[in-house]
Design a protein around this ligand. Structure first.
Ligand code: R1P
Length: 296
């Protein structure tokens, strides 16, 4: 498929398809379950309402989007593969083609370094990034490395501060898990570390590379004592972008309306605090809201 994409800043095709996840407005719901493994996405497909048409599309970059309904509520399952950048592609491009609040829940596997046992369910209340410090001297002799660490205080891995998921949704997930029959003792809540490698920054030993990660797991536990439960590769980016999100569509709507005030344009305020001008709608959301209440 040699579809052409326009706008180097945020590439979209002529019919509004975003470049990497390969879908357009209307093909993805506001409620999203995201997974890494595409076969896991297909497992969720089987749970969707059978009386509703299901949209499915896999992009040329390996993102799989499945949209249907669950108990009558529109929902999407998006398989994104692995890593922080794949989560970044997914969240940003989905945000660009969805109106209103998005609720995203990631369901994936992870390494466990806390009190959980294999098979337990870990709910990541917060997540921090563990990334390789690419300035760290490789293969230098011990003296140089010691000198570097004393001078710069830098270590072979950087660990970010913690960004938190939506508390209400985390508690709701816990409640649902317990109600589904999973013993309370097997639902663990704690912090998650999202790492920029499955190997080096998760403390795995690889004889073919110098990774300086012998004490890494201990240093993770030292930084966040008693709280770190899981190691994986995506959750941090999801929580981080939720924190960075600017509500641009809503803000631009109000910005536009402020500009309109200067033009003396007649404003029509709708019940959802959304503005449209006598010339038409200044934002996609207003179409729905405009049906509710109009005052001059
Ligand atoms: C590594 O094996 C992969 O598994 C975990 C990690 O985050 C990484 O993506 O997630 P998934 O089970 O969602 O793939």
């Amino acid at each position: 498929m040699n579809e052409k994409f326009f706008n180097a800043n945020f590439p979209k095709s002529a019919d509004g398809r975003v470049s990497h996840i390969g879908i357009k407005r209307g093909e993805i719901a506001n409620r999203i379950i995201t997974v890494g493994d595409l076969n896991r996405a297909k497992l969720f497909l089987k749970l969707l309402d059978s009386d509703t048409a299901i949209f499915q599309r896999q992009s040329h970059r390996g993102f799989l989007t499945i949209t249907g309904k669950y108990k009558g509520v529109p929902i999407s399952i998006v398989g994104i593969g692995m890593g922080l950048s794949m989560m970044d592609f997914f969240v940003r491009e989905a945000r660009a083609i969805i109106d209103g609040t998005m609720i995203i829940i990631r369901i994936g596997t992870s390494g466990a370094i806390g009190k959980s046992n294999p098979g337990d369910v870990i709910i990541s209340e917060g997540s921090f990034a563990v990334t390789r410090n690419y300035d760290y001297p490789i293969f230098e002799n011990k003296m140089i490395i010691q000198d570097y660490e004393i001078k710069t205080k830098e270590q072979p891995y950087n660990m970010s501060k913690v960004f938190y998921g939506d508390k209400e949704i985390c508690n709701l997930i816990r409640k649902q898990l317990i109600n589904s029959g999973i013993p309370n003792s097997q639902v663990i809540q704690g912090l998650n570390a999202s790492c920029d490698s499955f190997y080096s920054s998760q403390g795995r030993h690889d004889e073919n590379f110098e990774d300086y990660n012998k004490g890494l797991i201990e240093s993770i536990r030292t930084k966040y004592p008693e709280e770190v439960e899981s190691l994986e590769m995506e959750t941090f980016m999801l929580y981080y972008l939720a924190k960075c999100s600017t509500d641009a569509p809503y803000r631009s709507q109000h910005k536009v309306s402020n500009e309109l005030k200067k033009d003396g344009d007649q404003k029509i305020k709708t019940s959802n605090n959304t503005l449209m001008t006598k010339k038409g709608f200044n934002s996609r959301n207003s179409i729905r809201a405009a049906a509710n209440k109009i005052e001059k």
